[in-house]
Write a protein that binds this ligand. Structure first.
Ligand code: NAD
Length: 505
């Protein structure tokens, strides 16, 4: 492992955070949050927190704008979204700068994220004027009637996202909602207010009317108020399962529909017949190089066939040792700080309990000190011999800690992989194509990637089951989340007879 602090103190001056409500940029809310730079541990901005009245104003603005946006010709909505995709790409430096400020994501990761976000926006811009709106459902002889479905936007979508990947979360939710004709109020995490605020600029420049896209920096209170607001007709949430339970309980009061993208403890199954060099590089990079383990769908459990177990575990730990940990501003940094002190405390607790549970530490395992001591830096940490029922095998760490467990055969690998409450992603490494198909079917996850295939691609649905959530983002499925379906029944003949009623009911 190499480390660096070069120019850690030379952070750019940050723009003031404002609440974007309709055409207004509001500078104050009901409170203030001290934003901390995870690389230095220092307060670098004061963020206004939306209060209940700000939430109401934003929802009212969105509700008024919904009428306009819904009546906007589909071709115009498509053009706005396609323009937005282009503008996001043109602002890639701004998204990189404020993305680093938000949560310490590595600059290299952010450039890739901007490209991916633009692809998601463009994908749903493409759908906006080709919406699968309705179909004839029946032709009934007796009453001479037929029906057709109407697929309509809900209205205002309450959009609550977490802090680890704000640009991707926006791109996975907002364009689909807007393509379907809804308006949105986004509440990013109070920890990461900058990216969503920046997104509002290109959205307006792209011609999306004021009020269709609103942003409220705010904490749990603002989130709860948004979920409860009667004019919010659907909620889409990305975050942790415990918060999701509270949101689900609130939605249950009025049967408000809810899309949940939650956590994961995804298994990566490596068979002895796989390309082990490729598989080891992938395992190490995915566990440590993507936001230092702070992403939902990462393969954080590595299950390895017994015959190559020791060799493979050593290979992964050795690769992790080459990753540069340090300043997210530098293009060659791979491992970045975790989000805050609370994350460090959670990781330290889980590492200490893993040791007590008998897991074997291969590398890492202690917070980085020296020049990195002020920031929230934790090194790539690899544990072998992790017991399947132990906390480290069952619970999401959301940090750079990888759990390795051996398996003897395919049946045991499947049982271990499916043996948690989560069901977000599955990963398989094998050169046996029949086995890859068997496993793709057997793993109880929203998606399965064989031999390093990419996930979260715009045209494919992404989502989990169990504690990983419900519903989809991406693909046609992700668009359909933002419609509700009605039926319109038309009767051709005017005579109403009891017979026709008897036939119908
Ligand atoms: P969290 O659940 O604590 O917070 C997420 C958001 O919810 C924040 O904006 C927060 O302010 C808001 N919030 C908190 N309490 C609320 C309440 N009572 N009502 C309404 N809103 C409320 O987030 P976290 O647990 O720190 O986030 C990390 C989690 O997110 C991990 O579990 C991770 O796996 C998951 N995640 C999932 C995906 C996905 O697409 N599946 C993507 C990224 C992260």
């Amino acid at each position: 492992m190499t480390t660096t602090t070069e120019s850690l103190s030379a952070a750019p001056t940050l723009p003031p955070v404002t609440l974007r409500i309709g055409a207004e940029s509001r500078t104050t809310g009901a409170g203030t949050h001290e934003h901390i730079d995870p690389a230095t541990g220092k307060v670098d901005a004061l963020v206004p927190l939306a209060g209940v009245s700000d939430v109401d104003d934003a929802v009212q603005a969105a509700h008024a704008a919904f009428a306009v946006w819904r009546a906007t010709p589909a071709g115009t909505r498509a053009k706005c979204l396609l323009k937005l995709a282009q503008l996001v790409e043109e602002h890639s430096e701004d998204f990189a700068t404020l993305g680093i400020a938000d949560n310490g994501t590595a600059r290299g990761t952010l450039y890739a994220t901007v490209t991916a976000a633009a692809e998601w926006i463009r994908y749903y811009g493409g759908w906006a004027d080709k919406l699968p709106l309705g179909r004839i459902t029946s032709v009934v002889g007796a009453g001479g009637s037929f029906g057709h479905t109407l697929r309509q936007p809900y209205g205002v979508i309450g959009t609550i996202i977490t802090w680890n990947a704000p640009l991707m979360s926006l791109a996975m939710k907002v364009p689909a909602a807007l393509a379907a004709g809804n308006a949105v109020v986004v509440k990013p995490s109070e920890l990461t207010p900058f990216t969503a605020m920046l997104f509002a600029g290109p959205a307006r420049e792209a011609g999306i009317p004021d009020g269709v896209f609103n942003v409220l920096s705010g904490g749990p209170e603002a989130g709860a108020a948004l979920v409860e607001h009667p004019l919010v007709k659907k909620v889409t949430f990305t975050g942790g399962p415990e918060t999701a339970k509270k949101i689900a309980a609130s939605c249950a009061k009025t049967f408000k529909p809810l899309l949940l993208e939650l956590g994961g403890k995804s298994a990566n199954l490596v068979f002895a017949d796989a390309d082990l060099d490729q598989a080891a590089m992938h395992a190490a990079y995915m566990a440590f190089g993507v936001m230092s383990g702070q992403a939902c769908a990462l393969p954080t459990r590595l299950l390895v066939e017994e015959s190559v177990y020791e060799e493979f575990a050593a290979k992964v730990a050795a690769i992790a040792g080459y990753f540069k940990v340090g300043n997210p501003q530098e293009i060659d940094t791979i491992c970045v700080p975790v989000i805050n002190d609370a994350a460090i405390a959670r990781i330290e607790g889980m590492v200490s309990r893993a040791k007590n549970d008998g897991a074997r530490l291969l590398c890492g395992g202690e917070r980085l000190g020296g020049e990195l001591a002020e920031g929230f830096f934790y090194p790539p940490t690899v544990f072998a011999d992790v017991a399947p029922e132990s906390e480290l095998a069952q619970k999401e760490v959301f940090g750079p800690v990888l759990a390795i467990t051996p398996f003897v055969d395919e049946a045991e690998a499947i049982a271990l992989a499916n043996g948690t409450d989560y069901g977000l992603s599955g990963y398989v490494w094998t050169s046996d194509s029949r086995r890859s198909i068997r496993l793709a079917e057997a793993l109880e996850t929203g998606d399965v990637a064989v031999n390093g295939a990419q996930n979260a691609v715009a045209e494919r649905p992404f989502g989990g089951i169990g504690h990983s959530g419900t519903g989809n983002e991406g693909g046609l499925e992700g668009l359909e989340e933002f419609f509700w379906t009605r039926v319109c029944r038309l009767r051709q003949r005017l005579e109403v007879t009891m017979g026709a009623f008897r036939h119908a009911y």
